[in-house]
Ligand binder design. Structure first.
Ligand SMILES: [Zn+2]
Length: 472
């Protein structure tokens, strides 16, 4: 159990938040809507847990209603109805800093979970002894109530210590990140209208990890400086139906299947983008022996590294290129009738330096069949790259060093999409970093069963946010 009373209180507050099952649900399509009352309860609980924060900071409610059956909004359009995304403002001591605030982000919606298969129930927030240390068990313990609680705890402590940052500090807590909602976009629209250009944004992303890089035997703080683009492609073949007893040479299903096979045989090209090269140089700089030399001279050894990374597995391959995953197939209506249409959904993650148009063009070329129509859904380009140098980056890395002296810090390309990408419209310094130490096993529990966070790791995260705000 944590020793200091303040730490014990911090853990209790996190547990109180994990206990409120703010499960994200899509706002359109079939299936249940998010439970509005639960989200309201979460919002009402925050001032009880963090009284100083709520006595000093102002709080606005923006974005959409999690239970509303809203049509998908165009990018950057503010949502209608009452807002469930929270925007806090902590005024800085220097009024000229109001337009260049520090923004700390997290989201409080979580992926659905039932008790099924969990060692401890997902919404009980049990404090258990696991492998010799205390752990808070539950959905959202890391993603992303862990970060939200750590941010609020840090601000609470600084207020307690009488610290006021120079520039404004904004806290942006989304309610619909897990369903690619519009809350963060609504906040960006509001901030843009107010002429605000954040000088630093920190949102969920990389963590303090071990064993992710060949030959590296020490932990590293991985800070996402960009994220891959994302789009969904619908592939469709239409055909006259008819009796299955007299089929054409190529039924719609077969035509689509052939297209998918051709697509699979022609993956996007592999290369090392600039950020990945910097990551290889940074992490590889601590790898000994010939392998270390290969990493340090990435400019020369890139073709070799591409081959090595491709062989190493799906995760390192995804570092190299635009990926495509066929996620859904739909066709046919009876066992003895020809299908009138066949459809496939392809989820595409676009590598930095490439574009949605290029990725779609590559798919079209790989398929090489005009009978297969392509529809692009929800395109989102790769994010601009935030610099791994300069005052914002230096403050973040110095804060990490304050808490974990000598810890290796590296930029990287985040594969997953996050709300941070919307902030790149108003800030050039957007970093994706969750300041927790997470093992491979703990990372594997995100969006899966048995999500949990070590108390030690959570408290270290609180101190990183605290150290960061002391520098702003
Ligand atoms: Zn998340």
């Amino acid at each position: 159990m944590p020793d200091a009373p303040a730490d014990a209180r911090a853990v209790d507050r996190l547990r109180a938040l994990v206990r409120i099952p703010t499960i994200a649900r899509p706002t359109s399509g079939p299936g249940p809507r998010a439970d509005r009352d639960t989200f309201e309860r979460f919002i009402a609980t925050l001032p009880e847990l963090y009284p100083r924060v709520h006595a000093t900071l102002t709080r606005e409610r923006l974005g959409t209603d999690p239970a509303a059956n809203a049509a998908p909004l165009s990018p950057l359009a503010p949502g209608p109805g009452p807002g469930y995304t929270l925007l806090y403002r902590w005024p800085g001591s220097d009024p000229t800093g109001a337009r260049t605030p520090t923004v700390l982000m997290a989201h409080y919606d979580v992926v659905a979970a039932t008790d099924d298969g969990w060692r401890h129930p997902p919404f009980a927030a049990e404090l258990v002894d696991h492998e010799g240390e205390p752990v808070v068990w539950g959905r959202g313990a890391i993603d992303d109530k862990g970060a939200l609680a750590a941010i609020l705890e840090a601000v609470e402590r600084l207020l307690d210590a009488g610290v006021t940052p120079r520039h404004d500090v904004l806290l942006l807590f989304g309610h619909d990140e897990e369903v690619a909602g519009t809350g963060a976009r609504a906040v960006v629209a509001a901030l843009r209208e107010r002429g605000i250009r954040p000088s630093l944004v920190v949102d969920e992303g990389g963590a303090i990890v071990e064993g992710v890089f060949p030959g590296l035997h020490e932990p590293a703080a991985m800070v996402g400086v960009t994220e891959k683009g994302i789009t969904t492609l619908r592939l469709r073949v239409d055909q006259h139906g008819g009796h299955a007893a007299s089929p054409p040479p190529l039924a719609a299903t077969e035509r689509l299947a052939l297209a998918l096979v051709r697509l699979n045989r022609r993956p996007a090209r592999s290369r090392l983008d600039a950020t990945t090269r910097t990551m290889i140089r940074t992490l590889g700089g601590r790898v000994r022996g010939p392998l270390g030399a290969v990493f340090r001279h990435v400019g020369l050894t890139a073709p070799l590294l591409v081959r090595v990374f491709r062989r190493r597995g799906a995760e390192t391959t995804a570092l190299l290129r635009t990926t495509r995953a066929v996620t859904e197939l739909r066709a046919g209506h009876a066992a003895n009738a020809l299908p009138e249409s066949a459809e496939a959904t392809v989820n595409i993650r676009i590598a930095p330096g490439e574009s949605v148009a290029q990725a779609v063009g590559d798919v079209r070329a790989a398929i090489g069949d005009d009978a297969v129509t392509l529809t692009v859904l929800e395109p989102s380009e790769p994010s601009p790259i935030s610099p791994a140098h300069g005052p914002a980056w230096d403050d973040l890395t110095a804060a990490i060093d304050d808490v974990a002296p000598g810890l290796l810090v590296s930029p990287y390309v985040m594969m997953q999409a996050s709300d941070a990408r919307f902030l790149t419209a108003i800030s050039d310094h957007v970093y994706r970093f969750t300041p927790f130490r997470l093992s491979a096993e703990e990372r594997a529990c995100l969006h899966a069963r048995d999500e949990r966070i070590r108390v030690r790791s959570f408290l270290e995260g609180v101190r990183v946010y605290e150290a960061l705000l002391r520098r702003r």
